[in-house]
Design a binder for this molecule. Sequence first.
Ligand code: SAM
Length: 250
Amino acid sequence: DPGLYIVATPIGNLGDITLRAIEVLRGCDAVACEDTRVTGKLLRHLGISKPLWRYDDHSEHRDRNRLVESMRTRAVALVSDAGTPLVSDPGYRLVNDCRAEGIPITAAPGACAAVMGLSLSGLPNDRFLFAGFLPAKDKARREMLEELSVVDTTLVFYETAPRLLKSLESIRAILPDREVAVGRELTKLHEEMRRGLPDGLMAYYEANPPRGEIVLLVGPPPVRVMSKADGDTLLAEALETMKPSQAAAH
Ligand code: SAM
């Protein structure tokens, strides 16, 4: 059927593609992708051959319009280089335009590095905030971490190996007591998930310079445990308000 099909692709291990994703890729008329070489390779691996159309959110408005118009008569799959399109990847403008134009949209969901990082880290994930990539510049990165320091959830970031130590350094400066998890090369041969305080992780990655792709997670602020003195004061105040003399006065 004509329309837009958002298709998740593997984040490393080529086995991580769903049966439905393959079915959609096999059945569609064209595949819109970030990089035709990367997607061409995946399709060859799956034994599928389709016209590949390059798309990114910076594509000219005119090109996007043409793509949206083509979906009135064609089934177009949208993929990114890895994982779920629109999660730190192109697609947002296209989906938004398709919605506005009444083009049918569905998705074949699948791998996403942020979600896999959350699952593997063991950090609280009843609530989390996905914050994309931390800024590359020191000042901006610290400011963003300051801003996020009041958020009472696990924080999830995408990271690159060359920047990991800089980011850990900023986290150590601003959130020194937070539990941090580093997920590296997820689903791949050298998959690794390390947890610790920023200081310990920095020491580790200074001794073992990281390579590959990385998800960085920062646990929520520690629960404030009430001291016994605070508890006693609160209890005394509560008892004060419940004094029989006052109760009788009501
Ligand atoms: N859309 C993708 C997804 O659903 O995960 C993310 C695209 S984003 C441009 C690329 C970033 O995702 C990498 O810099 C890294 O932070 C993270 N990433 C992708 N694959 C990964 C993997 N196998 N292990 C760890 N992180 C990964």
